[in-house]
Design a protein around this ligand. Sequence first.
Ligand code: NDP
Ligand code: MG
Length: 376
Amino acid sequence: MSKKIALLGATGSIGTSTLDVLRNLGFELVAFSFHSNVNRAKEIVKEFHPRFAVCTSNKKSDIGVPILYGRDGLEFVASLEDVDIVLVSTAGTIGVFPTLAALKSGKRVALANKETLVSFGPIVKKTLEKSQGEIIPVDSEHSAIFQLLDGRKDEVENIYLTASGGPFRQTPKDELKNVKPRDALKHPTWSMGRKITIDSATMINKGLEIIEAYYLFDMPPERIKVIVHPQSIIHGMVELRDGAWLAHLSFPDMRIPIQYALTYPERLPSPVRTFNPFEVSELTFEKPDMEKFPGLKLAYEVLKEGRELPTIFNAANEEAVYLFLDEKVGFTDIPEIIHRVIELNPGFDHNSLEGLLEADRWARGKVKEVARKLNK
Ligand code: NDP
Ligand code: MG
């Protein structure tokens, strides 16, 4: 098997793992995108000899291959005739543009960028239904559920997304307000980019994943459950109507779901460390604490309300996380800011991409205003 890949967000954590998968499988990198890391972009060109690079910032540089810029560049490489699969692992909501372009060109989208589905789920789904394209999830929990559902969706009662619980699983609630970025960036089981690592600490990552699962698997919110599993060995479970449960296990390594999204429906050998049950003394489970992690509760509420609320939830979260990383707001301010921004929602046209983009821009603008009031 050989596939031609466009890898968007190639310089990040998922990008780096994906390049390792491509190296191992001998798949061709036709195009990639980077934002600010020019040195890493040069190394990628040197090793993989792609035809195009896309830069999503305005950095002008010579990296040894033609550079396209911004949204247009992402859409161009996502629609290239000789690209089979577009892996979307950019940060933030810009991922929606190449996702839609790839689907319209009938390609497979290997989707890591959950913000795309959370913010623009109905639009992505509509485009998907009308296209010859497909979406294969890369997010580990969704990859697990995707594999477990495997044609038996009608027999499924509930799906379970597992969560490590993050670095503050055992921290008392009233100590959370003093948490600093360096504490929140210490994830117990996964090594990931900074934004998603903070999302894991607030458990808002799991909130985003509930919404992601809703659009991917067409399940009502009350049948998408979260279960804390600190060892991060089980990535997803499904409960069947006859009382049987299925679970997906591996050591935590994103190269497993990435490779699956590229080779599906086949499975090819991989260099990852295979799971060894004798190395794991126990697998434990806890209920998520929605009072301690109000962002998770808010995600369920937002999903039930629908309309433009998931878009606002995602955009406000992203901006609040960056303010927290800059030490401009506290850790527990993140869900509070999102909550307050949602309360101010004047309403947007949630049936169009333009309307949702406007809601996204509005929410980002409101975050600074709300944060200033919180700090007074
Ligand atoms: P990183 O921060 O490590 O990487 C982000 C990538 O996007 C980099 O290539 C970066 O370029 C690029 N980028 C940064 N800012 C922008 C921008 N404004 N526009 C376009 N591209 C940008 O993140 P991760 O790899 O951890 O995560 C990427 C996506 O995958 C996220 O949506 C995340 O939620 C999702 N995901 C990640 C998982 C993980 O294990 N890391 C697991 C599941 C999902 P540069 O470095 O050149 O600045
Ligand atoms: Mg995940």
